[in-house]
Design a protein around this ligand. Structure first.
Ligand code: BGC
Length: 764
């Protein structure tokens, strides 16, 4: 009993680090502190730490507090205010026996209260400081609301745009996603994850979730080891190397073995090879789902498999609590299996600074914001700046853009005035009423200099199943407002507005729920309602600007023909409308580049740029006899990875290399001069690709290895230098040996992945 009281003091000692002589100082020695604490814990309390619950209808707040007080919950997620989290922390600190603090998690994916553009859009900026700003702002807002951990970044490589979660990640390319993974982790965690304005990052979904067959969510992933190691695993590793404190485990199986029961993945790769020291968290209900996967007979089996594999925390299922005591008793699970998991959970709380001060992110009630939702808590300027950098100009015939702030502008389309959609999926604690729609943004921009006529013109879709899916299944509320007027009437109204205008802006694409978890599509086309609207608008002969809002690449062959200009804005966040207006009127010159290839049709998938070399490649412009192609459609994507236009023009010099050979341990520098040859200032992304000409296995036709975003005044030139070493040339061979092989390497530098200048060097 004496020991117990001591521990009570111990766990709350933050406020007064007075310790009995025997107790280690928790502020100094993590391991000793945790060992000491573990010794005081009963089995029940240990297992309680492994339980992570969602705040939802399943349990009342009172029940949750009682469970916390009983030591049966280690952490929660889905509560987003200090006032909600404080009573739960009070239950732990005042009523539980050992006073182990709770941690509070949330899906902070692209902003918290201020919603930044969706992750795929952030990746389109290729701007690491903009991405860092988004993560840092999100962390400080979420931490100020009492949140300790985010389930992010989501770094699943996505090469099949049918997958709705493409919107949540950073695209198809390993190098780009890995760079961003690091920036996101550093942005969330700051210099010190224990700081009151930092969040711990739990990178997800480990692993290979983006590789689900057919782009169908939760589907199986079957992948060769070389592809895994070379293309899909590095972003998770990058996040971990950057210090991510947590890992969320994927829902899918990998070559037949679910990630949640995958000992190779969780132990051999993650812990042993990569040296991960932190907490692993199952995805929602995933341990119980091992039964459906067909690898566990019942919950008991599932719990055994998961704890043995190394899943520390069980998210929203009761399986550990129910089954671990029996499994321990029968000897099927060892005490060490449970202890290892508990140690990681306590370690996480330690690293978050919660033993020192359990209220460091919750604060005192007296300091709570008077209005949690107050607009002045938002970071609108940051959101607008980041959103502008994330937009990609896909077409601009006859310099249709930028528009002038004069005359009459017709704004039409189902997404022109859609505040919920502007936020994109996983929009955390963002509020639609605080997001600026395109209609508002245009009006703000033109003031009384120009007239804006608005007509919806079409519903986002009239497909009953899709509407049912969006309004009942995905969100269980009326997300998509369906105008009951006949489609012809809506189109006629839009055409009338267009006829009175000098230019037509059509905001088309997807409702945000169409690019979401579980929202897989078999077509990437715009829904029929929107296609009909565009056809009618085109027939007016007025200049037509398409503003696209979508969370995945769409197939836009017809729209490319119809549009005079086309701007990809993704789902641009709280300040989306203002940011789009900035770009449309040239107050910001678009500088985004695609982080994913846009297929011409769904039949081309996958169409990522860095595919392996093959024996019968198709060569554009040459007869396609017995080469790799489709005979009924042009080969290659509509828009390639790395592509994006500007209001100015850039030219690129030839590549010069510092040496024709590279010695192991040495470096070769590749240099180009980029010049702004147009009339306005602008930014572009200089991209460096490498191709290994002859190797012991087929290698990608090119792979991104570096990039630099440069801003240039009209007429200004800049020399961009990239330094390459042996490390940049390494790859995993079929024996999974990671090495660079001697021989010729092509260095390709361009402003997109296709139009490149090239030089070669030899690795000795
Ligand atoms: C998703 C995760 C998410 C979790 C908690 C799951 O359904 O797959 O990405 O973090 O829910 O909200």
């Amino acid at each position: 009993m004496k020991k117990l009281c001591l521990l009570g003091l111990f766990a709350s000692l933050a406020f007064q680090p007075v310790l009995a002589a025997t107790a280690p100082d928790p502020l100094k020695t993590k391991e000793a502190f945790i060992n000491h604490l573990m010794k005081q814990m009963t089995l029940d309390e240990k297992i309680g730490q492994l339980r992570l619950i969602s705040i939802g209808p399943e349990m009342t707040h009172e029940q949750i507090r009682d469970e916390i007080a009983a030591g049966h919950i280690g952490g929660t997620f889905n509560s987003v205010t200090r006032a909600e989290n404080r009573p739960m922390q009070d239950a732990a600190m005042q009523r539980s026996r050992l006073k182990i603090p709770m941690f509070f998690a949330y899906d902070v994916i692209h902003g918290h209260r201020t919603i930044f553009p969706i992750s795929l859009a952030l990746a389109s900026s290729w701007d690491m400081s903009a991405i860092a700003l988004s993560a840092r702002t999100a962390a400080s807002e979420a931490a100020a609301d009492g949140i300790d951990m985010t389930y992010g970044p989501m770094v699943d490589i996505a090469r099949d745009p049918r997958w709705g979660r493409t919107s949540e990640g950073f695209g198809e390319d390993t190098y780009l996603v890995s760079r961003i993974a690091k920036v996101m982790v550093k942005g969330y965690q700051g210099d010190n994850v224990a700081a009151p304005d930092s969040l711990m990052a739990a990178v997800k979904h480990f692993a290979l979730y983006g590789g689900v067959e057919g782009g169908r969510d939760y589907n199986t992933v079957d992948m060769s080891p070389t592809r895994m190691y070379q293309d899909y695993l590095p972003p998770y590793r990058a996040a971990i190397d950057a210090g991510a404190g947590g890992v969320m485990v994927a829902l899918n199986s990998i070559n037949g073995v679910p990630a949640t029961s995958n000992t190779w993945l969780m132990q051999d790769l993650l812990r042993k090879d990569w040296g991960f020291k932190g907490v692993t968290i199952s995805d929602h209900g995933a341990i119980h789902e091992l039964i459906k996967h067909g690898v566990a007979r019942d919950d008991r089996d599932a719990a055994r498999l998961a704890i043995k594999a190394g899943i520390d925390m069980s998210m929203n299922d009761q399986v550990y609590g129910k089954e671990l005591p029996g499994l321990l008793k029968s000897g099927e699970v060892a005490q060490a299996d449970i202890d290892n998991a508990v140690r990681e959970v306590l370690g996480t709380k330690y690293d978050l600074g919660l033993f020192k001060d359990p209220y460091r992110r919750i604060g005192k009630a007296a300091d709570d914001p008077a209005d949690t939702y107050a607009d002045n808590r938002l970071h609108r300027q940051a959101a607008r700046e980041v959103a502008r950098t994330s937009m990609v100009l896909l077409e601009n015939r006859n310099q249709t853009l930028p528009l002038k702030k004069q005359g009459t502008i017709a704004l039409v389309g189902p997404l022109a005035d859609a505040p919920i959609d502007m936020m994109g999926s996983w929009s955390a604690a963002g509020r639609p009423e605080q997001s600026i729609t395109l209609l508002e943004g245009l009006k703000n921009a033109v003031g009384d200099q120009a007239k804006v006529l608005y007509a919806k013109g079409a519903n986002v879709t009239n497909n009953k199943d899709a509407i049912e899916f969006l309004n009942r299944i995905i969100f269980d509320r009326e997300e998509v407002h369906i105008d009951q007027r006949p489609p012809e009437q809506m189109i006629a109204e839009a055409v009338k507005a267009a006829e009175q205008a000098d230019v037509v802006i059509a905001a088309v694409g997807e409702a945000r729920g169409m690019s979401h978890e579980s929202a897989s599509r078999t077509t990437l086309a715009l829904p029929e309602t929107q296609k009909a609207l565009l056809k009618a608008l085109k027939a007016t002969g007025k200049p037509l600007v398409l503003v696209l809002m979508n969370g995945r690449p769409l197939s836009l062959v017809q729209e490319q023909q119809q549009a005079d200009a086309m701007l990809e804005t993704w789902f641009a966040g709280t300040e989306g409308g203002n940011a789009i207006a900035d770009v449309l009127f040239g107050d910001y010159n678009p500088s985004g580049k695609l982080p994913v290839s846009f297929p011409r049709s769904v039949g081309q998938i996958p169409v990522y740029y860095n595919h392996l070399t093959i024996g019968r490649p198709f060569t554009p412009g040459q007869p396609g006899n017995y080469t790799s192609q489709y005979f009924d459609e042009e080969t290659g994507p509509l828009y390639s990875f790395g592509y994006g236009l500007s209001y100015t023009d850039f030219s690129l010099s030839d590549v010069s290399l510092s040496s024709a050979t590279l010695k192991r341990g040495g470096r070769v520098e590749a240099r180009v001069t980029v010049t702004n040859t147009g009339k306005v200032a602008g930014a572009t992304v200089v991209q460096l690709y490498v191709h290994d000409v002859v190797a012991s296995m087929a290698r990608p036709i090119k792979e991104l290895k570096n990039f630099e975003k440069v801003t240039l005044q009209p007429g200004e030139a800049k020399v961009v230098t990239f330094s390459l070493s042996e490390d940049d040339l390494k790859f995993y061979n079929p024996q999974l040996k990671y090495a660079a092989e001697p021989g010729e390497f092509q260095v390709q530098i361009g402003l997109d992945s296709q139009n490149v200048k090239q030089q070669s060097f030899t690795l000795l």
